[in-house]
Structure formats: structure tokens, C-alpha cells
Design a protein around this ligand. Structure first.
Ligand code: GDP
Ligand code: MG
Length: 465
């Protein structure tokens, strides 16, 4: 056990940026594969996760001077390609430390674009450190490719015109970052304090310039500055990234195991879309071949147990049809009470949905006002919350629920300042209705969100008169 105290897990790195900046191509280049060409229209359809073992990274960076005198302590890197900002925005489990470091890919010819700025704002709000990969340097007019070379070496091969254009574009991009309140600087080595000044690493995902430097920075920066966060823990920390039907396997979940060990046969609890958690057992633990992506069809390796950090596909006897992406997966241990785990799982998910809703919304929760919102599934609840948040409507929400309205939901609303429940596409049990009448809780039910809102507004007007 004492040996495990100092052992680091692999950092999780999210690759973000504007569409077409070259995120998928960069990962292809790192892996030496070609996912980008196989994607429909070259667009990343789903989240893909790739595990890079330390041996591969070491092989890749062996020509760098830094590799000689530094010891790699992390067992590898887990890279996540994102279609948008999914791993960030859709995370419904609280306090999730899914992304340890991000790579923000910027096209050197385009500079900062709207989605780059969105990514940047997400990173800022989550306090996540990042490296700017300034991609497509090979597109500079007259660039001479120098595959896998460090940028300093590659620059020496270039004409003065290329150097001038490069410098001019870097200055422009540094200025654009400055306008977003972010200090950036070229050249990793002299740039040691990441939080004050973020590193810009110029790369080409096409010809491979400076990829070794980028990898080396990811590894050495994380293991040096995030030792505590990266210290391996036996307590299972696992997030569902995707729920996906696979022929022959049924509905599977793709998870990121951040800490701990998963075993075949483990009893697990995953949040369900209908308000009840899914309790099942792990039937198989699957990973792609190393250096391949979880998303790519192909052979899987079967495991009896897997230790973090890894991206894993899990199957269960009854499938995961109603599982919710972005939520935590819980393992029921021998000393755990199943009912408690189930309750904790759903509560954690619901709290984070409410917190996220209020954080992103125009309506403030200042004061004690606010209604309860209830819908048949999490997806319809989230749609409803979007409507309530809209500027024309702007109804603050204090409590949420999924599934038919029961006595407990009425009791919850009865202790609030506004004793009102807006219910979309759900039934009200007769006992709940009876209790609501006794406690003075008003329930607005309907199959169309707008009508529920209209009825509520109408009532509000009547109350004021
Ligand atoms: P994503 O949307 O950020 O995942 O971008 P992709 O990886 O799909 O790349 C978008 C386009 O840019 C594709 O046509 C790539 O081949 C191209 N591309 C990506 N990186 C580079 C690069 O370093 N140099 C050049 N010339 N083209 C690139
Ligand atoms: Mg992509």
C-alpha cells in the first residue's frame, strides 16, 4: 500500500479548439493513424479517447535534449478529442476533475475564432491549465517541411520571408489572446510559469514539426506541477463519456476511469434518464489496442480488471440503454449499502444539473424565490430548463425532479417560498395531488412546455391583481 502512495496516474488531456483547427489531425499525428480521413466529412462525430503509453511517448521525444535528464513519472497520457466542448459542458457529475490539462489548437492562418474563445472561456471558468498548439505552420508560404523536428531546428531551415511571416502571425495571435485577458508566449523552455503566461507551441499536424515538444511539455509540466492531483487513489472515480449501441455488444458505455480499479463482475450504479438509477454488473471491460482510439471500430482487448487512468468500454447483461453521459459511475463495494449508493448517484447528478443551470442562466437565484421543475426524463428536463431560462420567460428554478410527481416532490415544494411545480410530460399521482391541495402547492401540468409556462404566467398575473 505504501508503495502506491507516491505513484502517479496518467494525466487526462482534452484537445479543444475551433472546428477545422486540426484537433483530430493532431491526434492522428501523435498516434500515427488516420482517423481524420475516416470521419464523416472530417468532422469528429463523437468523443474519442486515446491512451498513449509512456514507452511510446519516450520513443517519440527521445531526440529532445530535455528527455535525457528528465525522468518520466506518469505511466502515460490519456488524450480526449472533442467534437465541441462536450467533456466540459455536459459534465453532470460535480467536482469532476476530468481534464487535467488542455491543448487549445489554433490555426496559425486563422488566429482566434469564436469557438477558440468559447473554449478559452470554459478553460478559464474551470481553472484548467492549457497549452496553445499553433497548428499548420506548414501552410506558411514557402515552408520547408522538417518532419518531427523541434521548431527551433525547423525554423533554421526556413527562408527569411517565412520567418518574417511566422513572427508577424505569432505577434498577432499573442495580441488576440491579450484581448481575452490571457498572456501567451512562444518557446516553451523559457516559459516556466504556466498560470501567468501560457505556452504557445508552433506545430504542424501534417508534417509533424514540434510534436515531440508538445508531448514533452504535456508530460513534464503535469507531473511537475500537478503531483498532488495526479497521485493515484484507490477510490474509484469514473465518468461516463458516451452511451453507445454497438452491434453484438448492445448498448455500451464508454467511461474514463480517473482513479481506482474496475473489475469484471463488479456491481455498479449509473444514473438513468428516467429518474431511476441503473444497477448492474460489469460484464466485460474493453479497451482498444494501445495507440488506437476507443471510437474506432475494431478489435477490443478484454480485461478482467483495469487500473486507472484509462478509457474503457463497458458492457452489462441488460445493456445501458437509459444511462446518461456526463455522470459518474459508482462501484458498490462489499461494505456499501446499495440504496445509499443509488440515492447518492442520482442526487449528485440532479444537484449538478441545477448548479449548471443556474450558473449559465440569465435568471439569478438571488433571493429565495423560484419554482420546481419536473419532467419525464433528464433530457426533457434539460430542454424545459432551457425554456425557463429564455429571456422572455426568465423563471428562476429552485428545485428539479424527474418522473411522475409524488408526495415527496410536493413536500419538497411545500417548504419553498413559491410553492409551485411546473410539470412537463409527467403524471401527478392522486396522493400527490391530494397532498398538494392540503399544503397549498400549485402544480402546472402539460404536454407542451409553452402551455405549462403560459398557465404559470397567467396564475402569476392573477395573484398580482
Ligand atoms: P478538427 O475539426 O479541429 O478536428 O480539424 P481536423 O483535424 O479535422 O482538420 C481540419 C482540416 O485541416 C483537415 O482537412 C486537415 O487535413 C487539415 N489540417 C489539420 N492540421 C493540419 C496541418 O498541420 N497542416 C495542414 N496543411 N493541414 C492541416
Ligand atoms: Mg475533429
Amino acid at each position: 500500500e505504501s508503495e502506491e502512495e507516491n505513484f502517479l496516474r496518467s494525466p487526462i488531456c482534452c484537445v479543444m479548439g475551433h472546428v477545422d483547427a486540426g484537433k483530430t489531425k493532431l491526434l492522428d499525428c501523435i498516434r500515427g493513424t488516420n482517423v481524420q480521413k475516416g470521419e464523416a466529412g472530417g468532422i469528429t462525430q463523437q468523443i474519442g479517447a486515446t491512451y498513449l503509453p509512456a514507452e511510446n511517448i519516450q520513443e517519440r521525444i527521445k531526440e529532445l535534449k530535455a528527455a535525457d535528464d528528465k525522468h518520466m513519472k506518469v505511466p502515460g497520457l490519456l488524450l480526449i478529442d472533442t467534437p465541441g466542448h462536450e467533456p466540459f459542458t455536459k459534465l453532470r457529475s460535480r467536482g469532476s476533475g476530468l481534464c487535467d490539462i488542455a491543448v487549445l489548437v489554433v490555426d496559425i492562418m486563422d488566429g482566434l475564432k469564436p469557438q477558440t474563445i468559447e473554449s478559452l472561456n470554459l478553460l478559464k471558468s474551470r481553472n484548467t491549465e492549457f497549452i496553445v498548439a499553433l497548428n499548420k505552420v506548414d501552410r506558411l508560404n514557402g515552408w520547408k517541411p522538417c518532419p518531427n523536428a523541434p521548431i527551433i531546428k525547423a525554423m533554421k531551415q526556413q527562408s527569411q520571408d517565412v520567418k518574417n511571416e511566422f513572427n508577424m502571425r505569432v505577434v498577432q495571435i499573442v495580441t488576440q489572446f491579450k484581448e481575452q485577458g490571457i498572456n501567451t508566449k512562444l518557446n516553451v523552455n523559457e516559459n516556466k510559469r504556466m498560470r501567468e503566461t501560457y505556452s504557445i507551441v508552433p506545430i504542424s499536424a501534417k508534417s509533424g514539426e514540434d510534436i515531440p515538444d508538445l508531448l514533452s511539455l504535456m508530460v513534464y509540466w503535469t507531473q511537475k506541477s500537478m503531483t498532488e492531483k495526479l497521485t493515484y487513489s484507490n477510490e474509484v472515480q469514473c465518468t461516463v463519456l458516451e452511451v453507445k449501441y454497438v452491434e453484438g455488444l448492445g448498448t455500451t458505455i464508454d467511461v474514463i476511469l480517473v482513479n481506482g480499479v474496475l473489475r469484471r463482475g463488479d456491481q455498479i450504479v449509473v444514473c438513468g434518464n428516467h429518474g431511476t438509477p441503473i444497477v448492474t454488473r460489469i460484464q466485460s471491460l474493453l479497451t482498444p489496442e494501445p495507440m488506437k482510439e476507443l471510437r474506432v471500430k475494431g478489435k477490443y482487448q478484454h480485461h478482467s480488471e483495469i487500473r486507472a487512468t484509462q478509457a474503457i468500454k463497458i458492457t452489462s447483461p441488460q445493456g445501458f440503454e437509459h444511462a446518461i453521459a456526463g455522470t459518474a459511475l459508482y462501484v458498490v463495494g462489499p461494505d456499501d449499502d446499495l440504496e445509499e449508493v443509488k440515492e447518492a448517484a442520482m442526487e449528485d447528478m440532479m444537484k449538478s444539473v441545477l448548479v449548471n443551470n443556474n450558473k449559465n442562466g440569465s435568471s439569478s437565484t438571488a433571493g429565495d424565490g423560484g419554482v420546481c421543475a419536473q419532467a419525464s426524463t433528464l433530457s426533457s428536463l434539460e430542454a424545459m430548463l432551457e425554456f425557463l431560462k429564455a429571456q422572455e420567460v426568465n423563471i428562476p428554478v429552485r428545485g428539479i425532479g424527474i418522473g411522475p410527481i409524488q408526495k415527496k416532490d410536493v413536500r419538497k415544494a411545500s417548504v419553498m417560498l413559491e410553492k409551485k411545480i411546473l410539470a412537463f410530460d409527467v403524471k401527478v399521482t392522486p396522493e400527490a395531488q391530494k397532498l398538494a391541495d392540503e399544503l397549498g402547492v400549485k402544480i402546472f401540468v402539460g404536454d407542451i412546455i409553452h402551455e405549462v409556462i403560459k398557465a404559470y404566467m397567467q396564475n402569476l398575473k392573477e395573484e398580482k391583481e
